[in-house]
Design a protein around this ligand. Structure first.
Ligand SMILES: [Zn+2]
Length: 411
């Protein structure tokens, strides 16, 4: 999609939202802009954002740009606080989504002769069904395993000859533990992992332990689901589905667009979506747009792997800390498992962080003390601030079947 086509697509989206969605009409009025003010890509910054709270405030159907009867499917994400968020898809939206995931699968290296086991949760969450429709459209053999039931996952992998596993990276690490424990020999060659930010160190660990190539896939339910962007075999950033999304990077504090290549919050505008198109949706995900062309030769927009969500960023004695940075530091210490948890406490208004991590094996006291010291040094070096560290018993932290809960607030 060239700049002219992109401008035309954005203009027609803005016209549609102005005509059909009261929230957008009001926001444009508030900002003193009309669809006629959008003449070039540069004008986009004058138009209003959408945030997750808007989906809650307009629950369930307030943001639809089509008639409810035109919807073919509804996905709902449970809110940890307050109302859930609802995303509606028309038949054409579902087809476009399947096509996007199919493209992503192909970019990731999945082939029609692969056996793809999908261990993302099926149901209201977009992960399972999203990957499912795309992998099926590619012509692969799909096993809709859904999340959890790890023993059964292993049985299916072994007996059916699974070659590609799709799940969260934290669940892949858990499966790797079980596969080691049982000494299984599997046919896996590729993993498609997403739905949570993960570090390069965790990637290498999963790749080495499962003997696969681990590919990062990105997406979010509010704009579609998985299939927004994916890595190719070169693992040099994620290729964005350019035909469906327009990406901007903004300063999360000021909301102003940042110069090309700078790191900030990813903002996505959907192109061509019928059911619930979104204008300038603030993803809260921190990344940057990569310059130049990928080694694979594909053109189009490429984003760096997500550093973290701005919501998850902790400020420890004035220093910004993302859980993914903690993971990076832990991954550099031999003898740690990367099953970890961040305990955050509040001491007189100041946040304190203690990192809890399991060692790979049971250790005696001296070895544990040495490992803890090395871990603390690595954390200090990478984060630039001293944080607490505690080794916990192997297997004692809870294992997630979906998105891992990495942060626990303690009194
Ligand atoms: Zn590439």
């Amino acid at each position: 999609m060239n700049a002219e086509e992109r401008t035309t697509a954005l203009r027609s989206l803005i016209e549609k939202l102005h005509a059909r969605v009261p929230l957008y009409r009001e926001r444009m009025n508030d900002r003193g802009v009309t669809p006629e003010d959008f003449r070039s890509l540069d004008d986009l910054r004058r138009f209003p954002f959408t945030v997750k709270q808007d989906l809650r405030d307009n629950y369930p159907y307030g943001l639809l740009a089509c008639d409810r009867t035109e919807l073919a499917r509804l996905h709902v994400s449970s809110g940890t606080t307050g109302k859930p968020t609802v995303v509606g898809y028309t038949r054409r939206d579902l087809d476009a989504w399947a096509e996007a995931v199919k493209n992503c699968m192909a970019t990731a290296g999945v082939r029609p002769d692969d056996i793809v086991q999908i261990a993302f949760g099926y149901g209201l969450f977009t992960g399972g069904l999203g990957i499912h429709d795309g992998a099926q459209a590619l012509g692969a053999t799909v096993i809709p395993a859904s999340g959890g039931f790890s023993e059964r996952q292993l049985l299916l992998m072994q007996d059916l000859g699974t070659t590609v596993i799709a799940c969260t990276p934290s669940y892949a690490l858990h499966l790797a533990d079980l596969i080691d424990e049982k000494g299984l020999k599997l046919n896996l060659r590729l993993g498609i992992f997403g739905a949570e930010p993960w570090s390069e160190e965790l990637r290498r660990k999963i790749e080495n332990r499962l003997g696969i190539t681990a590919i990062d896939i990105y997406g979010l339910s509010e704009v579609m689901g998985p299939g927004v962007a994916v890595e190719c075999a070169h693992q040099q950033g994620l290729h964005l589905e350019d035909g469906l999304f327009h990406a901007e990077i903004i300063d999360p504090e000021t909301g102003e667009p940042l110069p090309e290549g700078e790191e900030g919050e990813l903002v996505l505008t959907t192109l061509g979506k019928e059911g619930m198109p979104l204008l300038r949706y603030r993803t809260r995900d921190i990344t940057r747009i990569l310059p130049g062309r990928c080694a694979c030769g594909r053109g189009g927009t490429r984003i760096a792997r997500i550093r973290g969500r701005s919501d998850d960023m902790l400020i420890i004695r004035g220093v910004n800390v993302y859980p993914s940075q903690v993971e990076t530091a832990l991954g550099r210490v031999d003898g740690l498992s990367l099953h970890y948890l961040l305990e955050v406490s509040d001491r007189e208004g100041l946040k304190e962080l203690t990192v809890c991590c399991e060692p790979s094996d049971h250790l005696n006291r001296d070895a544990a003390a040495l490992l803890a010291r090395r871990s603390q040094q690595e954390l200090l070096g990478l984060l630039g601030v001293r944080v607490g560290f505690r080794l916990v018993e192997p297997g004692s932290l809870s294992r997630s079947e979906g998105k891992a809960a990495r942060i626990r607030n303690v009194a």
